[in-house]
Write a protein that binds this ligand. Sequence first.
Ligand code: NAP
Length: 334
Amino acid sequence: MSKILITGANGFIGSFLVEEALKQGHEVFAGVRSGSDLRFLKDYRIQTLILDLSNKEKLRQKWFVLSQYFAKFDYVIHNAGITQAINPDDFDLVNNQYSQNLLESLVDANFKPKKFILMSSLAAMGPGNAETLSPIRLEDKFSPITNYGRSKLNIEQYLSGQKNVPYLILRPTAVYGPREKDFLKLFKAINKHVEPYISSPKQLLSFVYVKDLVRLTIQACHSDISNRAFLVSDGQTYTCKELSQLAKKALNKWTIALVLPKYIVKGVAHLSESFAKMNHRTSVFNIDKYKELTSLNWSCDSKETQIAFDYIPEYNLEKGIEETTNWYKNNNCL
Ligand SMILES: NC(=O)c1ccc[n+]([C@@H]2O[C@H](COP(=O)([O-])OP(=O)(O)OC[C@H]3O[C@@H](n4cnc5c(N)ncnc54)[C@H](OP(=O)(O)O)[C@@H]3O)[C@@H](O)[C@H]2O)c1
């Protein structure tokens, strides 16, 4: 039985990673922080570890204590991260600096795993060409457009310099599924008969259903491949319009399309960001989000990933949205 540490284990993707690792027969250590919401970590087999990623010394002590019981984790899936922040510098602090703390503490404590998997993001690469509309490829140059994307690129670059650590970098596109809260906003709008468009309805998007992403991630732990990055999607490209149509179908709702002019959306993003800053809260809608939502091309080519890991996505957007909608309905989220 392999020992897997999963950080950010209580979050959306993390809780599914934990379930998949247990399903595949691993011994799971769920890395959370004190005060994390543990509602999706109820399985009695889960061993919870409170980790303070801001403190390298405390982490090192934690590994030292654990080393009295077992040699090391076989795999570490470093999934903890922030996608929203009050202060733009927090992205680099959490997604880059804290990730370095984790890795360095493991190395210093001689607790280095057989593989360290970093949950990065397609945002580290930035959007694809808006004129040719060709899908984002691994060999494309990095051009992140948000603080979030730059923080993910920074930790990727740091990791690439760690030649003595077997690592893998996964760059998922937009991940959706049960428990996710960003897509829920679109579903709620459609449930109220409003079909909002911030970008062109022809905007190209890619998605991966959370269950496919976590299956791939656990599979990737065992693979011989290391010290490389991979893009993760369901292998298809969709338009923004198709996304709305599939949500409408799953919810069985008629809608009125609301195409929001870009300058209004930008103004709202500025206001929302300023208001959130004044109230020391994170704003879901801000200038970075505006840039992301209005980039015309988020399609990506994940063929290499499918070939490298024999990964065949089980969910296309239609199947994934149907399952997600049922979960939202059954859990009174809409
Ligand atoms: N969702 C997507 O579409 C998507 C796409 C590509 C990549 N990703 C990446 O996937 C990972 C998981 O994202 P998610 O969507 O599952 O987000 P999520 O639900 O917000 O989960 C984030 C997890 O990270 C933990 N975390 C946040 N700040 C932390 C800190 N300062 N110290 C320790 N732990 C901290 C959270 O703990 P608390 O609950 O205690 O806050 C939570 O467990 C992230 O690295 C994200 O960048 C997500």
